[in-house]
Write a protein that binds this ligand. Structure first.
Ligand code: SF4
Length: 441
């Protein structure tokens, strides 16, 4: 039996791609393996958003090459954002890699896997067991009660620091019929929560000849039996229409949980980033959300230390974060990405130390505001969808996306009411609400 192992770096889009590739590999006769040292095919699904992620991939390729030099026989494939339109440079640098595949373009990997499978079958006297099939719409087999569903690939925004449009291409929406079919397939396979994915998810539909937008998808999924929750990420303020916000407020299955990167609280910095909006536009969208859903959870992303970031610009970000009171703040230090406008034209002139210092300031704001927000849940009962269980402890997420733990077994895939006893900035701990009613023996 031939086996594969996929090592996934980066975002949820990569996780969804890995599942899709896994479905294709299983379709041609491979089995997934948790043991990376014995797999016949090792796939690295890469991320290019920061240098650190690329370095991890390079170092793993180096380790795999050494194993092959020592006589082990297996194939190596690399996919994802590190693989651009041309692979000549990468091929020269890493001759040990057998296949390179751009995001969502898995065919080179399926082709080498199929060839190897056929060769193995020939040597084992099982001619013709493998056939390269036409494979374009296989859905990834769900790994639990939650699943990611990419709805739009690529990005048209070209923020000056970002590599995504160069590696994942222009915005490309999937047909709504195909998306709803996939969600029905997931519901039939015990998935209860789907997260609709896009680099700018509210851009969904604008590039296809259909009268659809993200709200249309929400409306379609609302009618699919078995699905209890819908999430969506990542938002882009300019694409977030009133209609989409109203749909989140009005449709019971859509979680009132937003991920809207602001990136900076300074208009001059936003202009250098070419984000395409002003701080005032961003605040307008947050106000609209809070006017319709006062309890909505809002997470944001911030980058510190972008080229030319002055103390005043950084302070404007601090002020914005303190004013807006986000539930979660994801912060990253600027990392120049070759090929981007910022790398070519703007000097990376904020020192490492200062970036680190600014990072810590934002992390502290995040921790303080998350604890404050989570403390409001003490003694409250929240709905948790249980995703996993270990050592008698169940873990899942609330509708607002908070991680919650409680003592219970056999609850995976269930919506459980949990009364919260303890909170930190990162998680909640509580007891099953019905368990509180049990008499103490
Ligand atoms: S919106 Fe900007 S930061 Fe986000 S993926 Fe597109 S180019 Fe990158």
């Amino acid at each position: 039996m031939s086996t594969f192992h996929i090592w996934t770096l980066g975002c949820q889009m990569n996780q969804a791609d890995s599942l899709k590739l896994a479905a294709g590999l299983e379709q041609i006769g491979y089995q997934p393996s948790h043991d990376e040292d014995s797999a016949d095919l090792f796939v690295i699904n890469t991320c290019s958003v920061r240098q650190h992620a690329e370095d991890r991939a390079y170092s793993r390729i180096g380790m795999l090459r050494k194993r092959r030099d020592n006589g082990e026989q297996f194939q190596i494939a690399v996919m994802g954002c590190m693989v651009g339109p041309k692979t000549d440079d990468l091929e020269r640098r890493f001759p040990a890699v057998d296949a390179w595949a751009r995001p969502q373009q898995f065919e080179p990997i399926l082709a080498i896997a199929d060839t190897a499978l056929t060769e193995r079958d020939v040597s084992e006297g099982e001619l013709g067991a493998a056939q390269l099939i036409q494979w374009d719409s296989t859905y990834g087999k769900p790994a639990g009660p939650t699943a990611f569903v990419p709805v739009i690939h690529g990005c048209d925004k070209f923020c000056t620091y970002c590599i995504v449009p160069l590696r994942r291409g222009r915005e490309d929406s999937r047909p709504s019929v195909e998306i709803l079919d996939e969600v029905r397939f997931l519901a039939a396979n015990n998935v209860r929560e789907v997260t609709l994915l896009g680099q700018t998810v509210e851009a969904y539909g604008h590039d296809i000849d259909e009268d659809v937008d993200l709200a249309t998808l929400f409306e379609g999924i609302e009618t699919i039996e078995g699905i209890d929750r819908v999430r969506f990420l990542t938002s882009y303020p300019k694409d977030m229409t009133d209609r989409i916000i109203d749909a989140v407020a009005d449709l019971p299955k859509v979680c009132e949980h937003f991920n809207i990167p602001v990136q900076s609280g300074s208009n001059s910095m936003l202009e250098r980033m070419r984000r395409g909006y002003l701080v005032e536009d961003f605040e307008d969208r947050v106000e609209k959300i809070r006017s319709r859903m006062p309890d909505a959870a809002i997470a944001t992303d911030v980058i510190v230390g972008c080229p030319g970031e002055t103390e005043a610009e950084f302070q404007a970000t601090v002020d914005l974060l303190e004013r807006m009171q986000f539930d979660v703040i994801h912060v990253a230090a600027y990392s120049p990405r070759p090929g981007t406008y910022a790398h070519r034209k703007l000097e990376d002139d904020v020192s490492r130390e200062l970036k680190k210092e600014r990072l810590h300031v934002i992390e502290a704001i995040h921790a303080a505001s998350s604890v404050r927000i989570n403390q409001r849940l003490l003694a409250q009962t929240v709905e948790v969808l249980v995703e996993r269980e270990q050592d008698g402890r169940s873990t899942g997420r609330t509708r607002h996306g908070q991680l919650a733990h409680f003592e219970a077994t056999n609850r995976i895939g269930q919506l459980v009411d949990v009364t919260i006893d303890e909170v930190t900035a990162w998680s909640l701990r509580g007891r099953e609400a019905s368990a509180l009613l049990l008499p103490v023996l």
